[in-house]
Design a protein around this ligand. Structure first.
Ligand code: UDP
Length: 237
């Protein structure tokens, strides 16, 4: 596989073309951003952790019937993935109240939800990713009704698999964000699932093991990310 031209730089990753038009290369960076990119920093070896964590979790999901973009990890920061057309809708799955939900409904963080909540956000940095519903997504042409139903179905399965897995390593999966893409006409899971895109709390101490440490200036970000990869590798590697 030959690495081709640089295609795109996001906040945490770079994307390169390859000699196969259906495949792109992801490079994970240590750059960390929060609050729409207004807070910037780095978390030591975050790119290595996220590459590893996301790939291990995607493999677990594949075993449970979820197709992902993962093809092959090349080295500690680089992974080959299927080139998808990203659906411009971010899917947030919640099990416990935290973050923006806590603010929106005025309930303190940490309250367990009676059932899963799934929220949709329009993926547009300039608009600060506004919350939308399925009507907006369908009527604006960002996804068809059938695709939205499939995304919802997969999001529930992903949540069940990951919640049980994290519970087995003494971590509460509070909430997380998913991005889906179209590949050969199918909806498949793209982007990453990592401590950047999940809230992960230690089951006993409730210590935060995710990007909230960076967002909230709590310190020990790198250590928290290492702890997550250590626990995951102990079971999945
Ligand atoms: N999230 C993300 N990218 C975003 C927004 C949210 O990965 O652009 C994740 C976030 O890490 C958390 C979940 O989605 O695990 C829910 O985030 P929330 O809506 O509470 O927003 P936040 O408080 O992070 O701004």
């Amino acid at each position: 596989m030959q690495v081709g031209e640089f295609l795109y730089e996001g906040k945490a990753k770079q994307i390169y073309a390859t000699d196969n038009e259906k495949v792109v290369l992801i490079k994970y960076k240590d750059d960390a951003t929060a609050f729409d990119g207004t807070k910037k920093g780095t978390i030591v070896n975050k790119g290595i952790v996220n590459n590893r964590v996301s790939n291990l979790l995607f493999k677990l999901l594949e075993k449970n019937g979820i197709e992902t973009h993962l093809l092959e990890q090349i080295d500690d920061r680089q992974t080959l993935v299927k080139k998808v057309k990203i659906v411009p809708v971010e899917v947030v799955v919640r099990n416990v109240i935290a973050g923006s939900l806590s603010k929106r409904i005025g309930v303190e963080e940490g309250v367990e939800l009676a059932d899963t909540i799934i929220e949709l956000y329009y993926k547009d940095d300039e608009l600060h990713d506004p919350m939308i519903n399925e009507y907006h997504a369908r009527v604006m042409g960002w996804a068809t009704a059938e695709q939205l139903k499939e995304i919802d179905r997969q999001a529930h399965i992903i949540n069940k698999v990951l919640k049980e897995f994290f519970d087995s390593i003494n971590i509460i999966l509070v909430d997380f964000k998913l991005e889906f893409g179209l590949y050969e006409g199918r909806i498949i899971l793209g982007d990453e699932i990592s401590p950047d895109t999940c809230r992960l709390w230690d089951k006993i101490s409730l210590e935060k093991l995710d990007k909230d440490r960076f967002r909230r200036d709590m310190g020990k970000e790198a250590e928290a990310y290492q702890e997550v990869v250590r626990r995951i590798e102990a079971v999945l590697a």
